[in-house]
Design a protein around this ligand. Structure first.
Ligand SMILES: NC(=O)C1=CN([C@@H]2O[C@H](COP(=O)(O)OP(=O)(O)OC[C@H]3O[C@@H](n4cnc5c(N)ncnc54)[C@H](OP(=O)(O)O)[C@@H]3O)[C@@H](O)[C@H]2O)C=CC1
Ligand SMILES: Nc1nc2c(ncn2[C@@H]2O[C@H](COP(=O)(O)O)[C@@H](O)[C@H]2O)c(=O)[nH]1
Length: 325
């Protein structure tokens, strides 16, 4: 198996088929809706809050609200009252079952539910998918996180409508160091490996450091890309603002960090400071422009044309050119 990651792959251009990059369409169908970009901010407390979720939904972007210190039922009700789609996260504990029961009892059907736990290839996830399919049959269920084809096959067979791939490639992740497991350092080839068996959409989660990594994720099988650190550190980001030597930073911490958990138990995440980088809307606009360029370099007009390109692996044992035959 080829082992590579975002920083040692380059995609190869094909003859341009557009007169202007503005002709390139970055939109993507994901579940019941179409979104402007194949990008979703990570469902983390220092990446988005309810206000950002509302703004994203109202402006044609996908979002997944985090599940920490939040009344999910009130959130879904508020989004629906405003005519916006609801996309929530759940775990697999008793409180999460209770949330699903309350939503069903109130007739509130979130358009998207993400079952989001560290080790998503688990019986607990199978049980939760079955429960959600029974109680909230109209919701599109995303399940994760996983890092192997076997896990993708199981989650799909258990009823997940999409899977989320990425164990430990995140910027504030310390899973690799603390446990010795994960896709950190080879997330892109793990994605390729998983995508080969997937029959439903994959969200590539973690490890995106540059805008070009979005196109690389699409090339290797993602339909959607989940991004934490690049989406954190904006003026409107919920993290605390910190001044260091006259420069302003926003905190960004892992969902499995002691900062998020409130205690030091099973910690697999850390806290860092992200330099403040302006407004989220400007980052999303730049991502869209960069992705339009990617589509044009792919010789395409639509996002999925990126899947048709060849690539090279730079350096290492797998170095070389890889042609689609
Ligand atoms: N993508 C990634 O690499 C990672 C992401 N995270 C994120 O951190 C947040 C918290 O995750 P998580 O701790 O799972 O959430 P929860 O604290 O809600 O735990 C979910 C359930 O899964 C159990 N669990 C967690 N990890 C394992 C494991 N390795 N083996 C068996 N059971 C496990 C927990 O039990 P118990 O605690 O008793 O074991 C609990 O019952 C999530 O948002 C998750 O996505 C966390 C780590 C890695
Ligand atoms: N191992 C851990 N992974 C975590 C934690 N909190 C979040 N995450 C994952 O990281 C991505 C974001 O990655 P980035 O590289 O874009 O910053 C996020 O979507 C989660 O899957 C954690 O505490 N530990």
């Amino acid at each position: 198996m080829e082992i590579f990651d975002y920083d040692n792959i380059l995609l190869l251009p094909r003859k341009c088929r557009v007169e202007s990059r503005s002709e390139c369409d970055t939109s993507v169908q994901f579940g019941p809706r179409r979104f402007k970009l194949p990008v979703v901010p990570a469902n983390m407390k220092t990446v988005l809050d309810e206000k950002i979720a509302e703004w994203l939904a109202a402006h044609g972007y996908f979002y997944v609200m985090h599940r920490f210190d939040l009344d999910n039922v009130a959130f879904v009700r508020r989004m629906h009252d405003q005519g916006l789609f609801a996309s929530i996260s759940l775990g697999v504990k008793a409180a999460d079952y209770a949330t699903a029961e309350r939503l069903a009892a109130e007739g509130l059907m979130p358009e998207y539910i993400t079952i989001d736990i560290a080790h998503g290839h688990a019986d607990s996830v199978q049980r939760m998918i079955a429960h959600l399919k029974q109680k909230l049959p109209g919701s599109f269920i995303i399940a994760g996180n996983v890092g192997t084809p076997e896990a993708v096959i199981d989650l799909e067979n258990w009823g997940a409508d999409a899977t989320k791939v990425g164990i430990g490639p995140g910027k504030v992740c310390i899973t690799k160091l603390k446990t010795g497991f994960g896709t950190g350092g080879w997330q892109l080839s793990a994605l390729k490996w998983c995508a080969r068996v997937a029959t439903k959409p994959i969200i590539a989660d973690g490890g995106i450091r540059e805008h070009g990594d979005i196109a690389k994720s699409i090339r290797f099988g993602a339909t959607m890309v989940m991004i934490g650190s690049l989406m954190a550190g904006h003026e409107e980001s919920p993290g605390q603002t910190v001044e260091v030597d006259g420069r302003l930073y926003k905190e960004y911490y892992g969902s499995a960090s002691d900062f998020n958990k409130g205690e030091y138990k099973h910690v697999e995440g850390k806290r860092i400071l992200e330099p403040i980088k302006g407004k989220l809307a400007d980052t999303l606009r730049e991502m869209q422009e960069d992705l339009q360029s990617s589509i044009s370099y792919a010789g395409g007009r639509q996002l999925m044309d990126i899947r048709k390109v060849n690539y090279v692996i730079l350096g290492g044992d797998n170095a070389g050119e890889h042609l689609l035959m």
